[in-house]
Design a protein around this ligand. Structure first.
Ligand SMILES: Cc1cc2nc3c(=O)[nH]c(=O)nc-3n(C[C@H](O)[C@H](O)[C@H](O)COP(=O)(O)OP(=O)(O)OC[C@H]3O[C@@H](n4cnc5c(N)ncnc54)[C@H](O)[C@@H]3O)c2cc1C
Length: 285
């Protein structure tokens, strides 16, 4: 297999061939069976712009089936129950999914754990208790997560975030606003980034921490669904944290080192988006 001008190792080719078979049998057919629901925006979204519950169920079905078949966690670390494949496999796997599904069978996006929505190297940073509480749901595909870094005033320069986690007892209270968070309209968990040391954050020397928060936490609210051009609903959204209490088990990675954790995910995002952009160009199809 040559996708990028050099030979793809045989083990990756074999795994991705299996993934392709799985997607053809379990995702494309499922999508076609439910095309009336999935492809008509008026059926796909509820009045509030979120996916209709039946769509969320189908997305979950795909994640769970792929996890059971051994593909969903292809690139998640072995310590989390994944296959531990690296960036090259991630690229080639997304290439196979994009090639087979394109925008027409968009359920395909959920056949492989997207770094922001499910298991990846980011979750290696979870505390023991967070693993106990969240990992089984995420690895099995029954649950999903989202990644809340961007804010109204912090995009390309994510170090400008103003969401704060203020120490209280042995935990913190998070307050602030996040936007553009993909998957937030139906995720069970959010990995949220907040300033824990303002002076260090201002000097761009750490001072930002990551926390794992259930989307059912008191004080957390989805404020609105972000509509993308030409659509009447969506998976991206804007949310607020109003003094959301977090305990020590919810800290992801070392205190004040959250930006480093964010980059672990963003690096996978670059691989994912590079392949996606290439799929959208005539040369990459
Ligand atoms: C569909 C979608 C999904 C997303 N999902 C998520 C998500 O799940 N989680 C999350 O946290 N974020 C998410 N984002 C946000 C995304 O990470 C930001 O859009 C991105 O970081 C850019 O930030 P911005 O939109 O504020 O643009 P800006 O930072 O305002 O940039 C605008 C333009 O200015 C340029 N620019 C910026 N700074 C400089 C500079 N110093 N020098 C030269 N040029 C510069 C940029 O290249 C760009 O062309 C999502 C965005 C989209 C569109």
């Amino acid at each position: 297999m040559t996708a990028i001008g050099f030979e793809i190792p045989a083990d990756i080719t074999r795994i991705v061939a299996g993934l392709t078979q799985f997607v053809r049998a379990e995702v494309v057919t499922r999508h076609e069976k439910h095309a009336a629901l999935l492809d008509d925006p008026r059926q796909r979204y509820g009045p509030d712009g979120r996916y209709a519950p039946a769509v969320v169920d189908l997305i979950r079905e795909v994640r769970v089936a792929s996890a059971a078949a051994g593909y969903f966690n292809l690139c998640a670390p072995i310590s989390l129950g994944g296959l531990g494949q690296g960036h090259l496999a991630y690229y080639v796997a997304w290439e196979a999914i994009n090639h087979l599904c394109g925008p027409h069978h968009w359920l395909g996006t959920f056949a492989l754990s997207h770094w922001a929505f499910g298991p990846s190297v980011v979750l290696e940073q979870l505390t023991h208790e967070a693993r106990e509480r969240a990992l089984a749901g995420l690895v099995s595909g029954r649950q999903s997560m989202c990644f809340g870094l961007s804010e109204p005033g912090a995009g390309s320069d994510a170090t400008m975030i103003t969401t704060r986690a203020v120490a209280e007892g042995d935990g913190w209270r998070i307050s602030g606003r996040k936007m553009w968070t993909s998957n937030i309209t139906f995720a069970d968990w959010i990995v949220v980034f907040a300033v824990t040391d303002a002076a260090r954050a201002a000097a761009k020397r750490g001072g930002i921490s990551a926390f794992l928060v259930p989307t059912t936490a008191p004080g957390f609210a989805l404020q609105r669904v972000t509509l993308l051009q030409g659509d009447i609903g969506g998976a991206e959204g804007e949310s607020t944290f109003d003094a959301v209490r977090v305990e020590p088990w919810q800290l992801v990675g070392p205190l004040h080192e959250g930006f480093r954790i964010a980059l672990l995910g963003v690096s996978l995002g670059r691989v994912y988006n590079a392949r996606r952009a290439r799929s959208a160009s005539p040369a990459g199809r």
